[in-house]
Design a protein around this ligand. Structure first.
Ligand SMILES: *Cc1c(COP(=O)(O)O)cnc(C)c1O
Length: 500
């Protein structure tokens, strides 16, 4: 049993310091009753927002000029206090509502994020306990929990024992760490010309990661996906052999564990075999779809993910966590410490030996938050079974949406349901309608659905075709929601045809 002992040692029992270090003193302190009142008011406002979410529009925005005209948003910091109640009211009334409600059941654009309440409360606790998760010395209990949640993820993905990593701000940060680390390990000194391989469906953050890692633009090989938008091993193999012959050093193949546009998963087992044969680091960017392993259909699509050298995950997408919550898992955690560990003198007291992991040595953040707590608390609160059901619901709803669009006489499917995403468009009749007319019609569908508060949708381009997307990760979204969105879109298309 671990006992919560008062600090001992230097200054531990010196009485002189206690008043100034107590929470109830100093110019920035609050009385306990005022702390409670502010906290309770904030929680009440949150619960109200959550329980009335369906009545709100999925998207609210404003242009810069409108917001510049709002005095509250452009005045100087006040020298005198305004009072915590008034400031809370201002944040709740003027700031926070002017934003997308990414957790609204009809927010089907980009990637919805519908956090659980225990995760939100965990974030509040982490802030309040002000956990410093850069060193084990600074946060032993929290660091143990981060190790444990990473271990859960490792098991879910089927990566070998010993694989671990760290929580990050998101998938972009995880991809950047992976590319920087792979580049550093492969660096052969003079004449080193690193190259990286991804598909034309790969996420834009990989291109940015390559820039951060100092990979020249000519070394970023964007390879064509096949007719099903999947990156095939043969294409990778040929590109790598050709580049090696030309003096490049291939440092990484980055596959999609669910492409952001379509949800489509690359053939991971095939690519793993290819990378093993070529001796190239195999990275799976599973920020979008990785947690679909919790569903048998998702697990089948993601088969082979456990063979990756590194995997990017985004618990703030399909594991129902509030922003920010990303993750990088690597087969060999020494890869991260080799590249990112630095040992300044002022941190010499934090070297406690290998089993005590200093997470600040696995990435670029020294001061870092305790992001794992929200996953730990929410999964334990509901049980993993409930999370499996929530992931499954999105996959099932995507399949339903695809079937519904196939039954439409004015809409058509562009890419079939894959991990909760369907892309679709209005049927284009005859040769009369060029791309411009099609884009305008789809923009009109988006604008009318947004304007009426029906839904918020985003678009993409696939093989030169403009398409709309439904991304259905929110377990609160229902068949009725999809039906409402699809029939509203059909109405817009019919009206537009009538107008023409
Ligand atoms: C969302 C996403 C990212 C970027 O993750 P952030 O959390 O937004 O930084 C990277 N790759 C894929 C496939 C994604 O879907």
């Amino acid at each position: 049993m671990i006992v919560d002992r008062p600090p001992t040692g230097v200054n531990g029992s010196a009485g002189g310091q206690t008043a100034s270090s107590s929470g109830a003193a100093g110019p920035l302190s609050m009385e306990p009753d005022a702390m409670r009142a502010l906290g309770y008011a904030a929680v009440d406002a949150l619960v109200k927002r959550w329980t009335t979410l369906r009545d709100a529009d999925p998207w609210v925005g404003a242009d810069r000029a409108t917001l510049d005209a709002e005095p509250l948003l452009s005045d100087d910091a006040p020298e005198a206090p305004e009072g915590a109640d008034a400031v809370l009211a201002a944040a709740l009334g003027t700031v926070l509502p002017v934003a997308a409600r990414v957790d609204h059941p009809r927010f089907m654009a980009y990637i919805p994020s519908a956090p659980t309440w225990p995760s939100v409360v965990a974030d509040l606790l982490v802030s309040g306990f002000n956990v410093f998760q850069g060193t084990w010395q600074g946060s032993a209990g929290p660091s143990r929990v981060e190790l444990q949640v990473l271990e859960w993820f490792r098991g879910w993905l089927g990566m070998p024992e010993g694989s671990s990593g760290l929580f990050t701000s998101g998938g972009s940060a995880a991809n950047a760490l992976a590319v920087v680390a792979a580049r550093a390990r492969a660096d052969s000194g003079a004449d080193f010309r690193p190259s990286i391989y991804l598909s034309d469906q790969g996420h834009s953050s990989l291109e940015r990661a390559a820039r951060i890692a100092g990979i020249p633009a000519e070394g970023v090989r964007v390879l064509p996906s096949d007719a099903g938008l999947r990156l095939r091993a043969r294409v990778v193999h040929e590109a790598i052999e050709a580049d090696r012959a030309a003096g490049w050093t291939p440092i990484m193949v980055a596959a999609n564990g669910g492409a952001t546009s379509t949800g489509i998963v690359d053939p991971l087992a095939e690519l793993a075999t290819c990378c093993e044969a070529l001796g190239v680091h195999f990275h799976v960017d599973a920020a979008y779809g990785g947690f679909a392993v919790l569903d048998p259909r998702g697990a089948a699509l993601l088969e082979g993910i456990g063979r990756a050298d590194s995997v990017t995950l985004d618990p703030h997408k399909w594991l129902f966590q509030p922003f920010e919550c990303g993750c990088l898992l690597v087969r060999d955690p020494a890869l991260l410490t080799e590249v990112f560990r630095v040992s300044p003198e002022y941190l010499q007291d934090t070297a406690l030996g290998a089993p005590q992991v200093n997470f600040g040595e696995r990435g670029v953040q020294l001061t870092r938050s305790f992001r794992a707590l929200k996953v730990w608390m929410s999964v334990r609160s509901f049980g993993l079974g409930a999370f499996r059901d929530a992931v499954s619901a999105g996959i099932t709803l995507g399949t339903w949406a695809e079937a519904r669009i196939r039954r439409s006489d004015v809409l058509e499917v562009v890419t079939p349901a894959a991990l909760g995403i369907v892309t679709w468009r209005a049927r284009v009749e005859g040769d009369g309608e060029g791309d411009g007319a099609s884009v305008a019609l789809h923009r009109r569908i988006q604008a009318e659905l947004t304007g009426s508060g029906t839904a918020f949708l985003s678009s993409t381009r696939l093989g030169g075709v403009h398409a709309l997307r439904l991304c259905l990760l929110n377990p609160a979204a229902t068949v009725d929601d999809v039906e409402a969105v699809v029939s509203a879109a059909e109405g817009v298309v019919r009206t537009a045809r009538g107008d023409a």
